[in-house]
Design a binder for this molecule. Structure first.
Ligand code: ATP
Length: 236
């Protein structure tokens, strides 16, 4: 069943329109990638879903129209956004950041077990549990940002450029953990990623954006096999 559906979504910052009719759908438990060059509108598409940019068109989540809802209402419906630049709270510790992630949750009984699951998913964080987020490496901050989003127990995770600024080995580790999270939790994911090779390790299908429109949509296997995708996004 479809969990999230965007149909002809437009978005603008003030007078500048940056999305010009984006359509995509994420099935329950599915993972969908958004690829495209800088400025194509990938980040804005995630912001359209989480309610942090002014939008037109149709956005449906779990059977209801969510376009125009305030970001806190969207989050309360079960959508967690891991923004580009991670958005962890630097002055708070790793444990505090994870607890903040759970603040909207009604069921708080499993908090300790879920924190433990995050630390199992990202063992590097276990030794840093009492450290302030600002003192973590870029990779650790990314891990914490994903862990914090998981703590909200969302049914959909919006993931923006989780590999940005990370060494290749670290980026791979982060994506492996997110893949494991996907398999074990069944959380659906909408994933913006510059590095298409990494994206294809996680997503089932992807759509390519160009100047705020979809130009191509296919399965990871189909897209990987296309010359123009290889040239533009796979460095070959
Ligand atoms: P990137 O990988 O560079 O983030 P992107 O595909 O995610 O690219 P967006 O960040 O969605 O692209 O940006 C789409 C367009 O909107 C770009 O031309 C960008 O300059 C513009 N833009 C983004 N944020 C704002 C803003 N707050 N105000 C005005 N214009 C913006």
């Amino acid at each position: 069943m479809t969990l999230l559906e965007l149909d002809g979504v437009t978005a603008s910052y003030g007078p500048v329109q940056v999305l010009d009719g984006v359509s995509l759908s994420v099935p329950e438990g599915g993972a969908v990638g958004i690829l495209g060059a800088n400025g194509a509108g990938k980040t804005t598409t995630l912001r359209a879903v989480s309610g942090t940019v002014r939008t037109g068109g149709r956005i449906r989540f779990a059977g209801r129209d969510i376009r125009g809802l305030r970001p806190d209402r969207v989050a309360a419906l079960g959508i967690a956004h891991v923004p580009e630049g991670r958005g962890t709270l630097g002055q708070l510790t790793v444990r505090e950041n994870l607890r903040v992630g759970a603040y909207l949750r009604r069921d708080r009984r499993k908090l300790a077990a879920d924190i433990d699951y995050c630390l199992d998913l990202f063992p590097q964080l276990r030794n840093r549990i009492g450290s302030r987020a600002a003192a973590l490496s870029g990779g650790e901050q990314q891990m914490l940002a994903v862990g914090r989003a998981f703590m909200a127990k969302p049914s959909l995770l919006l993931l923006d450029e989780a590999s940005l600024g990370l060494a290749p080995g670290t980026a791979k580790t982060v994506y492996e953990a997110i893949r494991r999270l996907r398999v074990e939790s069944g959380i659906a994911m909408l994933v913006v990623e510059q590095n298409a090779n990494l994206a294809f390790t996680l997503v089932d299908t992807a759509t390519v954006l160009e100047t705020g429109r979809n130009v191509l949509t296919g399965t990871s296997a189909e897209l990987k096999g296309m010359d123009e995708i290889r040239r533009a996004y796979l460095g070959g």
